[in-house]
Design a protein. Structure first.
Length: 203
């Protein structure tokens, strides 16, 4: 398997999942310029990360890749113990990361996509931070008495961890959310997380 990842992007979640699986893989770190190249667009026409190559199969979209990795390597139990309920619970929290949290950052990352008037960009970013605070409060409640979002370590956890890093870097207020802080400490003490961060120059 080969993963195309941009350091600190959502693709880093796939990198962590591959570390947790423990099977051989390769990572190619991408730059914005490399992502626009014709060579890479032949792999992913959108010019975005992640992309995963598994032999002659190419898969894009983060949630799809995480689900594929879990199903390809069930022994890692990234979608639970094999039961429908555990897989559904893991998928629920993956959807929370992919459909709720990740898009909520877009007005901060790229306000011009939402508002042409630059004078309104700070207000837009502020509104996004308020919304993100509410989403993270929901996750903090979910983590009360739990180590992992789904109640067991799953493919949702690396994605969620990456959004916590984004929150720190974009000024989202996470003060008082002690369950999130404990989750982040657990992740950063994990050998697989440490290996992925080191390989991407994020440690």
């Amino acid at each position: 398997m080969k993963l195309y990842s941009k350091p600190g992007a959502c693709s880093t979640a796939d990198h962590i999942a591959l570390q947790w699986i423990g099977q051989p893989f390769e990572v190619e770190l991408m730059t914005p310029e490399r992502m626009k190249s014709a060579e890479y667009r032949a792999i992913n026409p959108s010019g975005a990360v992640p992309a995963l190559q598994d032999g002659d199969f190419v898969l894009v979209q983060n949630a799809a890749i995480l689900g594929y990795l879990a199903d390809r390597h069930p022994q890692a139990e990234l979608a639970g113990d094999g039961s429908l309920r555990q897989r559904a619970e893991a998928a629920r929290w993956l959807a929370f990361c992919n459909s709720d949290l990740h898009p909520a950052f877009k007005p901060i990352f790229a306000p011009a996509l939402f508002m042409a008037d630059e004078g309104q960009h700070e207000a837009l970013k502020h509104a996004a931070r308020v919304r993100l605070r509410g989403l993270f409060e929901s996750a903090d409640r979910q983590l009360a008495g739990r180590q992992w979002l789904a109640g067991f370590r799953s493919f949702a956890d690396p994605y969620f961890y990456i959004t916590l890093r984004w929150a720190e870097g974009t000024g989202v207020d996470l003060s008082g959310l002690e369950n999130l802080a404990a989750f982040r400490r657990r992740m950063e003490a994990d050998a697989g997380v440490q290996a992925a961060l080191k390989a991407e120059g994020l440690d």
